[in-house]
Ligand binder design. Structure first.
Ligand SMILES: [Zn+2]
Length: 169
């Protein structure tokens, strides 16, 4: 006898995941800098995307077609955001993920610019713009969501990172 041998048949319908991206808002950003400070730390393009909610042109970014194993960090503050495990080939020209590394890593903002109701994805740690999340496009991923993220908003840290990599200060 197996305790896993019997399957309940009265709940055969798999629960349809409702797209509720912001059941809770994470704590306020812990990395807060002025535009002047960000401008000094970021390149012009990084600043335009991360701090001014810009969008890199499709198929031009560093990671849209990358399959390297690793963790994608926020290019502004270094927080872990996504991993290669959730990255998939959407062929949309931007790196696409079906989930963040953890829900508390990102925050969502309803974006009604450009005449569309979109959901903006930001880094929860420093409030930098990452991209947008779309749902129900039929990509066949576990969540049926597509986090469409600018390459320039992220930095890929490959899994072979030297663990002795020490940080100053
Ligand atoms: Zn960040």
């Amino acid at each position: 006898m197996s305790i896993f041998g019997k399957k309940s048949t009265d709940s055969a319908s798999s629960p349809v995941a409702e797209f509720v991206p912001s059941p809770h808002q994470p704590a306020a950003p812990t990395v807060v800098k002025s535009d002047e400070e960000w401008r000094q730390e970021l390149s012009a393009q990084e600043f335009q995307v991360l701090r001014q909610s810009g969008t890199e042109r499709p198929y031009t970014g560093e990671y849209w077609d990358t399959h390297t194993k690793g963790v994608y960090q926020c290019r502004a503050c270094g927080a872990d955001l996504f991993t290669s495990n959730e990255k998939f080939d959407s062929h949309c020209g931007w790196p696409s993920f079906w989930a963040p590394l953890a829900e508390e890593k990102v925050r969502y903002i309803h974006d009604r610019t450009m005449g569309m109701a979109r959901i903006e994805v930001r880094c929860a740690t420093c409030d930098s713009h990452l991209g947008h999340v779309f749902e129900g496009e039929g990509y066949g991923t576990p969540t049926d969501q597509r986090f469409c993220i600018n390459s320039v908003s992220m930095k890929l840290v490959t899994s072979t990172t030297d663990p002795a990599d020490a940080t100053d200060g």
